[in-house]
Write a protein that binds this ligand. Sequence first.
Ligand code: PLP
Length: 453
Amino acid sequence: MSSQETPRATGAFQINMDHQWLPFTANRHFKQDPRVFVAADGMHFTTHDGRKVVDGISSLWCVGAGHNRQPIAQAIKKQLDTLDYATAFQVSNDQAFEAAQMIADLCPGDLNKVLFCNSGSEAADTSLKVALAYHRARGEGHRHVFIGREKGYHGVNFGGMSVGGLPANRKVYGAQLLPRVDHMRFIHDPVNHAYIHNQEPVWQEDPLLELEGRILALHDPSNVAAIIVEPVAGSAGWYLPPKGYLKRLREICDKHRILLIFDEVITGFGRMGTNFGADYYGVVPDMLNFAKCVTNGVIPLGGVVCRDFIYDAMMNAGAPDYAVEFFHGYTYSGHPVSCAAAIATLKLLKEEKLFARAGEMSPVLGDAMHNAFKGLPNVIGIRSLGLAGAVELAPIPGAPGKRAYDIFLDCFHKGVLVRSAGENLVLCPPYIVEKEHIDQMVNTLADSIRKHA
Ligand code: PLP
């Protein structure tokens, strides 16, 4: 610590905030108004200054089963005392196989082969690399084009950022994004479907006409390796696909032998009241990316689940048995402690029937949001489906995102953690949420929307 670095008083104890560069955070503002958690249990955090804050966003979609779940903590402790770590290359560990089997069992169709990684961003890049390697293995190595969607989010690594469509995440890196990438149009209709109340919006027009008519025609479908979408656009602010959209996307991909990747980092493991978004929408992708919720947030783990034919093509590409089939992997792929946490989490979610509970609480949340927010100043849309919802506000002219950010801060100080995403405020509580928590979240948010009119 240099002589200029001064520990700051932040309530009950002192924290030196000079060294952590905070991710996706307004660092300068944070230091004027620190928001530091020191403990969590069930639905609540405790802050550094001893206040309780209700977790309205499952700590960014991760903590489905609520905080401080002892079966998960105990499984991690036990695993640390048994096999703390083993390299993942050319050897493996028992926990990774068991976790892979449990995940494959939850997946629809023949999504059976799990490639582990450590985050949603790594899952995105892994899935794009699988797509290229798969096509090459079956003699179509010219398929290089990836297609994402405007406002899609697939993490922050170069592949995911390139197929992603959030302008703020891309603009600084534009010159070095992947070259052969295109984007489908966004799936929001602010005129006819600004308000979506616990049901799939039915569009009169087909939003995928431009995919076949323009994008695929431009690149030629025979050059396209994969299309990647989030079943519901989560990070952008909970934007829901029109009814039939994902089925139609599946048909288009089948017709042109393009791989369909669902990025289920947010929609996976119960958020829609089903195992995955794929189950909710009745569409089986060729790859399914997961991360959040699989360990209840307590330790990093992500992965890509591939359909059998992808794995088979890679195994049967004609190389000798001793050859590595896919030159890809992370030092911590299938880490035994993360996988032990995943096993315990998936058991807990099953024992407590928490996916079903998310489904049951979904209309409770959606109804509360629509009742509380409709007609409030600046509200221009409300969208609810699954155990999540967003209220969209008119921006302050010349200050994009500021209104939502100010409301997020205000709610935090009133004891509710909400998420600001662009002009949206998002609620996506843990599946253990009770009606009283929902009322607290929604009433606090409504007061704050009024206050910031
Ligand atoms: N993909 C989706 C759909 C996400 O929502 C996220 C994170 O919010 C990611 C990828 C990136 O995950 P991570 O932050 O674990 O890298």
